[in-house]
Ligand binder design. Structure first.
Ligand code: C2E
Ligand code: CA
Ligand code: CA
Ligand code: CA
Length: 278
């Protein structure tokens, strides 16, 4: 005497409950994840297309949950943003990445920068600039090595965000615009943000060889970046053909599985600097 489709209804609530409990498990776990040693930073090389040398690395966070295994940042970063845990977590990531970078310099590696992703919630916290300053002082990193990767989504109010970016620039920090081309107001921002680097989103790179239209879009982005005197990085390069294309268009740098997936810090030396290490 129940409603039709009662079973489906039950199944549906069960799924929702599972989702909610996974979310709760992750949320609870996230509070202690860093201090429990479950959070790791992986590093992906940023390669100079002309010379083939490694210019720097992008720090990409990983969470190895004791029961659930590896959790993608695509799942836990939004959760960390919702709960504001991204504030302490993001500070920890920034500090670790700076310390690691300094260690590589001390080991004699010739690197130009370390790139760290900054979430919109982090960027919009009034204490953000103070935190960056503090970490620069603590770790004694030369700020010109530090590259903060922002997306357009960091901007909630341009009248606040743009001066904020100028403050960071005045500290000597570099700014990159991540995932370029996936938002709606990219062109305005490109003109107004004090940027050093533009990162072409991987969705454009992955379709380069699908059609002349896709190529035209990539060509236009690279042209624009070069004309604006920006450094330009292509993300998600997986094939030799994609790399050859980018080279023919004078794109400066690339990241992608073609060179390497992100690797743990202790694999960086022997994976990318064999010769120097002997
Ligand atoms: P993102 O900043 O756009 O990072 C690029 C993503 O592409 C990374 O995924 C990277 O592992 C992946 N990738 C690199 N090369 C290739 C390739 O050749 N092909 C393909 N298909 N993918 C490639 P990941 O590490 O899973 O990170 C996903 C996103 O999570 C990042 O996108 C970023 O938005 C966020 N994220 C990662 N680490 C952090 C962090 O420390 N802080 C913050 N706020 N966000 C982070
Ligand atoms: Ca990024
Ligand atoms: Ca990106
Ligand atoms: Ca992305």
């Amino acid at each position: 005497a129940k409603l039709k489709g009662g079973n489906q209804y039950q199944f549906f609530t069960l799924e929702i409950n599972e989702l909610i409990s996974r979310k709760m498990i992750l949320e609870t776990g996230l509070r202690k994840a860093a201090s429990n040693g479950e959070i790791h930073i992986y590093y992906q090389p940023q390669v100079d297309i002309e010379t083939g040398g490694v210019n720097g690395f992008e720090a990409l966070v990983r969470w190895n949950h004791p029961e659930l295994g590896i959790i993608s940042p695509l799942e836990f970063i939004p959760l960390a943003e919702e709960t504001k845990l991204i504030i302490p977590l993001g500070e920890w990531i920034l500090r670790q990445a700076c310390l690691q970078f300094k260690e590589w310099l001390n080991q004699g590696l010739d690197l130009k920068h370390i790139s760290v992703n900054i979430s919109a919630v982090q960027f919009n916290e009034p204490t953000f600039i103070r935190t960056v300053k503090k970490i620069i002082e603590e770790t004694k990193i030369d700020p010109t090595y530090l590259d903060l990767e922002l997306t357009e989504s960091v901007v909630r109010n341009p009248d606040i965000s743009i001066p904020f970016m100028h403050e960071l620039k005045a500290m000597g920090v570099r700014l990159s615009l991540d995932d370029f081309g996936t938002g709606y107001s990219s062109l305005n921002y490109l003109k107004e943000f004090p940027l050093d680097t533009l990162k072409i989103d991987k969705s454009f790179i992955q379709t380069i060889h699908d059609s002349p239209k896709d190529q035209a879009v990539v060509d236009t982005i690279i042209h624009m970046a070069l004309n604006l005197n920006l450094n330009v990085i292509a993300e998600g390069v997986e094939t030799d053909a994609q790399l050859a294309y980018l080279m023919s268009r004078q794109c400066h740098q690339y990241q992608g599985y073609l060179c390497s997936a992100p690797v743990p810090h202790d694999q960086v030396l022997h994976t990318f600097f064999k010769e120097e290490q002997g």
